[in-house]
Design a protein. Sequence first.
Length: 57
Amino acid sequence: MAKKVLAFDFGASSGRAMIGEYDGKLINVTEIHRFSNDTVVTGGRMYWDVLRLLFEV
């Protein structure tokens, strides 16, 4: 039986969700979701939109 894991990659401009499967010999990684990682400006500073990222997760 293959073992499966879910991983998230948050980059500067986008993020993605990946499924990794290990069958005892091989590792297979598949991208299952991609989304933009837009910033918000508050008080003259840039921040990641954490609520949007949580929605995408």
